[in-house]
Write a protein of this length. Structure first.
Length: 410
């Protein structure tokens, strides 16, 4: 890696396999939720057990994988297409969403992520798509039901075009109408509970972003999502988020333009977009570092000290820092800006975490040697001198709590 860091990163751009042994849980848990709808206690217990198993496996995998950049990409896109346990109905589904929607599609195109997320029960439940009914559909006319615009709005604002992407309230309403009928059939034992229910679908042609989409049932919705994914505003929005996450809290316009151009030219081919990100010159030049989010920090500490325990302790660390897996407080996902994680309580929690994990390090570890291995040329001379006079435990704790470690190079 030290000889060819860009090549090492490029070698990790294939789809992510991720943790194994979890294939039997996920959408099945949704069916069991419905089967147990008269026994809410059992349903909640099942969902919690499912979430714990998924989160534990995910944290352990991140701390031990030989493809950490690949895992960073998984987490970026999982946060972009945010589903959260703050919606109780999603607790047993969020882990499966990442495994079935995000990981398998990282070697495809952006539109693949959009389509896969739109068909997954976690997203349909999280953003209330299952509650949206065409007012002029058979169900709408019979029951007096109407549109729920939540998913349509977030799909444009957060997943594709961006809040300044040029869409109108009429576009939101049109997209909501187009997507009516997209829902779930929790039939017992079904591996894929998605269904298109024509009885709930708003009939007729609809205009989205100035383009007329003829009546076509489910296919009309697919055309709408493909239109959004290919829009120039989407390329700019995605490029901005990628550069902000991986390079700088204040993305340079030239970097954003380059990534957006790659996105457009390759029709959103994710490995090409990620490759362009790796080769941004500004990403390799000295500049303002990025503060590690709590999730990144816990993983970095675990990998840095060679922690080989179970994911439960890593989850405890994330809980202490206020960033549990798949638990973002809103559909916007977790912020990756430093300002979101630098309050006084947050700083103290980071210091406590460093002390806790320093106790897990080998007793004979040399803090200076560890600093050289983890920080390389970014290891300040004053830190080296300070650590040289400390015990292993004290030195490792100071190193892990130091600004040089808490902030990562781009």
């Amino acid at each position: 890696m030290r000889r060819d860091p860009r090549g090492w990163l490029s070698s990790q751009l294939q789809a992510s396999e991720g943790p194994t042994g979890l294939e039997s849980i996920g959408p099945l848990s949704y069916a069991l939720h419905r089967a147990n709808k008269r026994d809410q206690k059992s349903a909640r217990k099942l969902a919690k057990e499912t979430y714990d198993a998924e989160a534990n496996a995910r944290e352990t995998y991140a701390a031990t994988t030989r493809h950490p950049f690949q895992e960073r990409l998984v987490r970026f896109w999982s946060n972009h297409f945010c589903v959260s346990i703050t919606q109780v109905r999603c607790v047993g589904l969020v882990g499966n969403f990442e495994r079935q929607v995000i990981r398998p599609n990282l070697d495809g195109h952006f539109v693949d992520l959009v389509l896969a997320s739109a068909h997954h029960p976690a997203m349909l439940l999280y953003l209330d798509q299952t509650r949206s009914v065409g007012p002029n559909s058979r169900v709408g006319r019979k029951r007096g039901k109407g549109l729920n615009e939540n998913y349509a709005r977030e799909l444009m604002e957060l997943h594709t075009l961006g809040v300044n992407g040029g869409y109108t309230q009429q576009d939101v309403q049109s997209l909501a109408a187009i997507l009516t009928g997209w829902g779930l059939d929790p039939g017992q034992g079904r591996r894929d509970p998605f269904e298109f229910d024509s009885r709930r679908h708003e009939p007729g042609d609809h205009t989205l972003l100035g383009q007329r989409l003829p009546e076509g049932g489910h296919d009309q919705g697919v055309q709408a999502l493909e239109l959004l994914a290919a829009h120039p505003s989407t390329a700019l929005f995605i490029a901005t988020k990628l550069v902000r996450h991986f390079v700088s809290d204040t993305p340079h316009p030239q970097d954003v333009a380059h990534i957006a151009r790659t996105f457009t030219q390759t029709e959103g081919h994710l490995p090409s977009v990620h490759e362009a990100l790796i080769h941004l010159e500004r990403a390799w030049q000295p500049g303002a570092p990025k503060l590690r989010t709590p999730a990144e920090l816990v993983t970095a500490i675990a990998r840095g000290i060679g922690y080989n325990g179970q994911g439960e302790e890593l989850l405890q660390g994330r809980r202490a820092l206020g960033q549990m897996p798949w638990a973002a407080p809103s559909p916007q996902g977790w912020s990756d800006r430093a300002s979101a994680w630098t309050g006084p309580d947050s700083i103290l929690a980071r210091v406590d975490l460093a002390k806790r994990f320093a106790e897990r390090a080998e007793l004979d570890v040399d803090p200076v040697a560890l600093g050289e291995r983890l920080l390389g040329a970014r290891f300040p001379a004053q830190d080296r001198k300070l650590l040289a006079g400390m015990s292993a435990l004290q030195g490792v704790a100071v190193l892990l709590a130091s600004p040089s470690f808490q902030w990562r190079a781009q």
